[in-house]
Design a binder for this molecule. Structure first.
Ligand code: AMP
Length: 315
């Protein structure tokens, strides 16, 4: 096994012309064109990636592309906490089951690059040959939590996600990786694997970006018909109300039954509705601790995922 370089030992050449200053011929007015306001270059391999990155603390934002404001909020956070920002765009085949939407998953690399103008230094879009040079037989064993909630209806999903994120960490060597609370269970399992496998990568987990009516932004919202789009914010509304009621001492089981019924009546197929300890994701959070209500439900052919944070009432 070849020794793994630490992020600090990585050569990351300085971009000399980070800021180009042009003077108007008469020398009366000047304006500055920063490389940060240009569309970020595309890197297909690690050498191209390194060549485009400024030196300093490196933040990686792993995505599957079809970027929306939720992804961009993560990239802005990355920009605020690091000197160099790489956004990876890779639709990871390993995390899709054969019947899932891998083929239809929205892809728009050029559109994504435009959206990242001014906030990312480089877009890393590795080809399948780099990510999976061979059939992936080396896997990372995850705790039983990976078979619960999203993992119960999507067996192997979290193994696929954690594997690809670990591969990205090994290729990119970020100092910090930025994830969204939208996929709370995913961020938890990635953080757990990164810690236990001693990746020298700090985790930054950001708030959920929403539409004005509360629907959590998602690349899959594109699948919603107009009628479904009108009903979709119900999931967030129920989670919000339930979180407030649990915090005020109402029994979580009653709230759950009521929420599941309301979702069914509105045409959703509920997948799960779970109250968990926010720190450990174990069920039955004790009094007074931070908790999270997590839910997934399918509307038409779109699987919606959301959550709401709360504090358990004191005993
Ligand atoms: P994806 O492209 O769906 O794999 O998501 C890439 C990253 O963006 C993950 O860390 C997600 O949790 C995060 N993300 C997706 N949607 C949102 C959102 N609405 N708000 C904040 N982060 C999000």
């Amino acid at each position: 096994m070849s020794p793994r370089l630490s992020p600090a030992s990585f050569p990351r050449p300085k971009i000399l012309f980070n800021c180009l200053t042009y003077g108007v011929a008469a020398g009366i007015s000047f304006f500055t064109v920063s490389a940060a306001h240009t569309i970020p270059p595309l890197a297909r391999d690690v050498n191209e990636l390194r060549a485009q990155l400024p030196s300093g603390k490196l933040a990686l934002v792993p995505t599957m592309g079809a970027l929306h404001e939720g992804h961009l909020s993560l990239v802005r956070r990355a920009r605020a906490i690091a000197e160099a920002v790489a956004v990876s765009v890779y639709v990871n085949p390993l995390q899709f089951a054969p019947h899932e939407d891998f083929a239809e998953y929205p892809r728009d690399l050029e559109g994504d690059r435009k959206k990242l103008a001014g906030i990312a230094d480089v877009v890393f879009a590795p080809p399948d040959g780099l990510m999976y040079p061979q059939k992936q037989t080396a896997t990372i064993a995850l705790p039983p939590l990976a078979g619960e909630m999203c993992g119960a209806s999507r067996p192997g999903f979290f193994e696929g996600v954690v594997t690809v994120v670990c591969k990205l960490f090994n290729l990119v060597h970020p100092d910090v990786a930025v994830f969204g609370k939208k996929d709370w269970q995913q961020a938890h399992l990635v953080g757990l694997a990164a810690r236990q496998l001693n990746f020298p990568v700090a985790m930054e987990v950001c708030n959920i970006a929403r539409e004005p009516d509360g629907l959590a932004l998602s690349s899959r919202n594109k699948y919603l018909t107009p009628a479904e789009r009108n009903r979709a914010p119900l999931l967030h509304a129920l989670l919000q109300t339930a979180a407030a009621e649990i915090q005020n001492g109402k029994p979580p089981e009653d709230i759950r039954d009521n929420a599941i019924n309301q979702l069914r009546e509105a045409g959703f197929a509920p997948d799960y509705w779970e109250l968990r300890d926010a720190e450990t994701l174990t069920p039955a959070p004790p009094p007074g601790v931070p908790a999270v209500l997590l839910a997934a439900a399918t509307l038409g052919k779109t699987r919606l995922l959301d959550n709401a944070e709360l504090r358990m009432p004191p005993q």
